[in-house]
Design a protein around this ligand. Structure first.
Ligand SMILES: C[S@@+](CC[C@H](N)C(=O)[O-])C[C@H]1O[C@@H](n2cnc3c(N)ncnc32)[C@H](O)[C@@H]1O
Length: 351
């Protein structure tokens, strides 16, 4: 079912705060909460932008140590990504709390079964198995752009953390030729097209994601002659482009999490270096490369810029850093919990 975004209203900040206080201080017992990965809660609504998001900051500050719990709110739908045993243990309580927020009509539960198995949970137990309505779609508006979101899609269905970085791309795209590698449902590409780009190409290996990306072109009334999506392996695409001598004014490179654990950081660094080296070779001289890592291990190691410098040497390019950013403002970081910082978004000029 596709919900009309016009029925979506902003959430009431007071009830959000109340929810978090309940989860953090009363309903849950913190000694059960292991020190694990990340947590973020994001809101998308008909009209959310930076200023609308600000009232929620106080709310998120309370939650940014609830590791293993992500709640993204798409209009009247809350999607919970669970990746810690304590989240599963308090599933019903968390659902009840979220269900009490004004305007939330449904809570979709998305357990990361592989991670939870590592935490010792047994998924053969029918208590963990939840019936899901496989074709559920919602429609939201972010930065003035409409998106269809599949609640069965990657992460929670949408990468809400890149919202501010997508907006930046929209503001610098006019008249430019843009390439969005690892485009998923077209987030950066659609922003570039709406920002007046001359031409936009998105590349991803996921067919379901690209089907939605194509629907998003239509949804936003964009000219399919100016924006298109291609299903291909990213490395293969970039190597072919190098062979053909093709280049773009702005390249966005947002790969999946290549270092899910600190143990594999070294090998992942090699993968990041190779991908970035290829991306630099197809960025026109003087053009821009927005390169990302959503691996907490990479971001927290503080070595991403060194990896990028290695990539530049491999590509025989010079790079300068124009901007260093992370996740959008509804993903706050508690200084006493640096593990909460996972996303790196670096804008480079490539010479
Ligand atoms: C972090 S997500 C990108 C999010 C996107 N930039 C956005 O703003 O919505 C990473 C994407 O990489 C894609 N992917 C994974 N491996 C790939 C490969 N070898 N070639 C192309 N795409 C790949 C996934 O399907 C996923 O859509």
């Amino acid at each position: 079912m596709v919900r009309n975004a016009t029925s979506v209203a902003m959430l009431d900040a007071t009830s959000c705060l109340h929810l978090l206080m309940q989860i953090a201080f009363f309903d849950l017992q913190f000694h059960y909460i292991p020190k694990l990965s990340l947590v973020g809660i994001s809101f998308l609504s008909k009209s959310i932008d930076y200023f609308h998001a600000l009232p929620f900051l106080c709310f998120f500050i309370f939650c940014c140590r609830l590791s293993g719990l992500i709640v993204d709110i798409f209009g009247d739908e809350a999607v919970v990504a669970s990746s810690a045993a304590w989240v599963e243990k308090y599933k019903q309580k968390i659902k009840d709390c979220i269900g009490r927020i004004n305007n939330i009509n449904n809570v979709t539960w998305r357990p990361s079964t592989e991670i939870l198995k590592e935490e010792g949970l047994d998924f053969s137990d029918s208590a963990f198995v939840e019936s899901s309505n496989s074709s559920r779609m919602v429609k939201v508006v972010e930065n003035g752009i409409s998106y269809l979101i599949s609640l069965e899609g990657q992460k929670t269905g949408f990468y809400a953390d890149q919202r501010d970085n997508r907006k930046l791309i929209s503001s610098i795209s006019e008249g430019q030729k843009i390439l969005d590698i690892f485009c998923y449902t077209g987030g950066f590409a659609l922003n570039a097209a709406c920002g007046g780009a001359l031409s936009v190409t998105g590349v991803d290996s996921s067919l379901p994601a690209l089907e939605i990306a194509n629907e998003n072109i239509v949804l936003n009334g964009l000219d399919p002659g100016r924006i298109s999506f291609l299903r291909q392996d990213a490395t293969e695409f970039m190597k072919n482009a190098i062979t053909k001598g093709e280049s773009w004014d702005i390249v966005i490179l947002d790969p999946p999490k290549l270092a899910p654990r600190r143990k594999v950081l070294q090998s992942a660094s090699g993968m990041y270096r190779n991908l970035n080296s290829l991306a630099m070779q197809i960025t026109r001289r003087g053009g821009l490369l927005m390169t990302c890592s959503c691996s907490g291990a990479m971001t927290q190691s503080g070595t991403f810029l060194r990896v990028l410098q290695g990539a530049a040497q491999m590509a025989e390019k010079k790079i300068t850093v124009i901007r260093q950013a992370g996740a959008a403002c509804d993903h706050p970081i508690d200084p006493s919990y640096p593990e909460g910082a996972y996303l790196s978004n670096i804008l480079l000029r490539v010479l």
